[in-house]
Design a protein around this ligand. Structure first.
Ligand SMILES: Cc1cc2nc3c(=O)[nH]c(=O)nc-3n(C[C@H](O)[C@H](O)[C@H](O)COP(=O)(O)O)c2cc1C
Length: 180
């Protein structure tokens, strides 16, 4: 394999110029405890069968719950839920404190008020360097009118929809930064 000619900070910065949404990926432990982490590496993969993927750090504590055939919930945060993004990437034990959630059809913890949610069964786990790619087969899906939280250049933002067709062409997707 060829060694790379750039420093990793440059690679990180380049990746951070690709805007994403933010999800909370959830699992239920065998003891019935909900766990979740903030994940922005969500991508839809296939319509037929319906497949999505996320990439999870090998060192993440959620790895213990990620095996083929187990269920995961992928909750797309809305524009006002950046506090949840912070909460689910900080102290592990109290991530669900004060969070509105319910048990999904597969039993996984699902967050309320989200623009989109996917309940998946893990179909495949692929090793990818210091992360693993988790391919999930979508069993249940929710789509609402809420607008999603955006993440770009390590900052949160909102996505504004342009009003007219012409504006749409000129300014399809304006990202207005939220401080903090
Ligand atoms: C906006 C945002 C996006 C993130 N995306 C990912 C991701 O795609 N994959 C990942 O493994 N960690 C991601 N993280 C980091 C994890 O949420 C964070 O390291 C978390 O603490 C991991 O859980 P753990 O501490 O219980 O292992 C992201 C964090 C933030 C704030």
């Amino acid at each position: 394999m060829q060694p790379h000619s750039f420093d990793l900070e440059q690679f990180r910065r380049a990746c951070s110029n690709f805007p994403t949404g933010v999800t909370i990926t959830t699992v239920l432990s065998r003891e019935g405890t909900p766990h979740g982490i903030t994940v922005s590496s969500f991508t839809s993969v296939s319509l037929d069968p319906p497949l999505v993927l996320i990439c999870i750090d090998q060192r993440s504590r959620i790895q213990e719950y990620l095996q083929v055939d187990r269920y995961i919930g992928i909750n797309v945060l809305n524009a006002e839920q950046q506090n949840l993004s912070r909460q689910f990437s900080s102290a592990w034990n109290d991530r669900f404190v004060g969070v509105d959630w319910y048990s999904g059809l597969t039993g996984v913890p699902m967050l309320c008020d989200v623009p989109a949610a996917f309940e998946c069964q893990i179909a495949k786990i692929i090793s990818g360097g210091d992360h693993v790619v988790i391919m999930g087969r979508v069993l249940h899906v929710l789509a609402t009118e809420r607008m999603p939280l955006a993440y770009l250049q390590r900052s949160y933002g909102t996505v504004a929809r342009a009003a007219s067709g012409q504006e749409l062409a000129a300014e399809a997707c304006r990202l207005s930064r939220i401080e903090g």
